[in-house]
Design a protein. Sequence first.
Length: 223
Amino acid sequence: MPSVDLLLHDVTPRTREILRTQCRQDRFQPGEDLLAWGIAPDRLHRIVEGRAKIWRPGADGGSVLLFFLHPGDTAGLVPICRNRTAVANVTAGDAVVTASWPTATILALLRDDRQMAANALAIVSRLVELLALRIEDLTSGRADQQLARALLRLAGEDGEWGDSHEATVAVTRQDLADMTRSTLHTASRTLSAWEGRRLVRSSRGRVTITDPAALAAIAGLAA
């Protein structure tokens, strides 16, 4: 996701003071929505602690997990900038703490502070790039290729890399199924097969990539 604190990079002292005085701390329990599909956000949230999911309901009654949001990322910037309702849900994955500001305050600052407006444009542009990559992941390749790509992208975004070139990702099997529009059974079966080949290790809510090169080959990303 976009880099931490990009929205506030080089904004004016006046902007910082307004954000400081109008900031509110909000807390969300796992499964609670920060932003709901079809509803115009009344606040911009900047994640301080925890992790949230951006997802959309699928036509088949399931869901499509698009991205994870981490500390420093914002939720609600796109619909606020466009003065529209949200086109996706943002839901707390774990306990989440945010700093938040009223929509009207953010819109006024975007009009008055050119640097903040440029920062917002950079964030939105990066989201478009990430969405294009996610569409490619979702529409090309076999189920195992899509799953491998999803794991490698998560490792690149927020993985814990060890000295042995292993990467551990905090993700559930259901999350991986939602990221690839597959079923929990398919995701579990694929991970179990990879564990048998010693490509990954999995535990509750975590997957460790033990052979990134082999997984990249499965994903079709190897040189």
